[in-house]
Design a protein around this ligand. Structure first.
Ligand code: NI
Length: 384
């Protein structure tokens, strides 16, 4: 394919992905479309036990092995952008730009396929399902396909930067994410006779206040940590104290140690508030991704490649948002880059949008990053 054709093709594919969003682990049509696109370009697809998503490969099959990863899933949001290529499904939208990632990395695959004979080693391309949860990256890791990688690169679009900018963070970039759910159970009673039972609402309210002291009293004030209670349910009318209150929320931390400490404190506060108020508390944890820590050496390397492609580099602040790319970073040297897609409403908003003008430059950059990284890895083994 000549380059104009690649640009047109991936722009067209981006519109299609955007119009046909599928939520986590339901990316059946999306996967079929990617598969067809890759097969038509003669790109080999690996046989892996994945229901949705897929992994392709370009190059010799030998080391060095460099991976590019994108995510392909959408969100349960009803789109309100008014774009001509708006989602055709009410209640589903590519509100995090994973359609952009998919189309850009598809473009990188086309570009790499054209240079296949000149590639040192292997470029593996991961179209990952279920980033929005629960953690499609874990399914990919379980296939073993990342075990022999030398380095992996991921990307996310950002509505904080104009097209033509690459955002970067070295070191801790995104948070470890956990969700907790707590049942406060006891003996419900008449609203006028609280002494005849236990008050699950008072206990839950005490927990909500107390849990805020974890970040303010137990953590280093210079560190970024968070505990949010986001959902409480209990009771159904004005004169009955219910026998059960349900409460859930999320915790965020930038290191594994802080993550552990927050969890320990939430457990302890729930247990002891329960004891203090005579209420039974049961805590359940739903673990999300670990903190995403960017390798600074590969980050600087990626930024040099970006500059060669005339991108302007923009330092970005770390975020307490989560990203399941972090599951790869636990096992392989890795770097997660941010591609400016034009200022817009934030990710996950019904009016979020990306400028398709950012697509082709991102594809060129990611393809070249993979090629240059493989060449660098080859050079370093020869010199050893
Ligand atoms: Ni995202």
């Amino acid at each position: 394919m000549i380059h104009n054709t690649i640009q047109d093709k991936i722009t067209n594919e981006f519109y299609w992905f955007h119009q046909h969003p599928e939520v986590s682990f339901k990316e059946v049509d999306t996967t079929a479309r990617i598969r067809k696109d890759l097969q038509e370009a003669g790109i080999r697809i690996l046989a892996l036990p994945l229901q949705t998503g897929l992994v392709a490969e370009i190059g010799t099959g030998d080391h060095p092995i460099v991976a590019l990863r994108c995510d392909i899933d959408a969100l349960p949001v009803t789109e309100e952008t008014g774009l001509p290529y708006q989602s055709v499904y009410p209640g589903r939208m590519h509100a995090c730009g994973h359609d952009f990632h998919t189309a850009a990395i598809l473009g990188a695959a086309y570009i790499l396929k054209e240079q296949e004979n000149h590639i040192t080693g292997t470029i593996r391309i991961i179209f990952q399902p279920g980033e929005e949860g629960p953690s499609g990256a874990v399914q990919v890791v379980r296939t073993g396909i990342i075990d022999d990688l030398d380095v992996i690169f991921g990307m996310h679009c950002t509505p904080l930067l104009e097209v033509g900018n690459i955002g970067y963070i070295y070191g801790p970039a995104m948070a470890a994410v956990d969700a907790f759910q707590i049942d406060f159970t006891g003996t419900g009673t008449h609203g006028a006779h609280p002494n005849k039972g236990t008050d699950q609402i008072v206990a839950a309210a005490a927990f909500v206040g107390a849990v805020q002291t974890i970040v303010s009293r137990n953590m280093d004030p210079f560190a970024a940590n968070l505990v949010s209670v986001t959902h409480i349910e209990g009771g159904h009318n004005w004169n009955v104290i219910p026998d059960k209150v349900f409460l859930e929320g999320t915790t965020r931390a930038m290191t594994a140690e802080e993550r552990k400490l927050i969890r320990k404190r939430v457990d302890s506060i729930a247990l002891h508030i329960g004891e203090a108020y005579g209420v039974q508390t049961t805590v359940r944890w739903i673990a999300g991704p670990p903190a995403l820590c960017n390798d600074a050496v590969w980050g600087k390397f990626a930024n040099e490649v970006a500059q060669k492609h005339d991108f302007v580099l923009a330092p970005m602040a770390p975020s307490l948002g989560g990203e399941d790319f972090a599951f790869y970073t636990e096992k392989v040297k890795s770097y997660f880059t941010f591609v400016g897609t034009g200022l817009s409403y934030p990710n996950h908003n019904a009016k979020f949008k990306v400028d398709p003008a950012a697509l082709y430059p991102a594809a060129l950059y990611m393809a070249d990053l993979a090629v240059q990284a493989a060449a660098k890895l080859k050079g370093s083994t020869e010199h050893d």
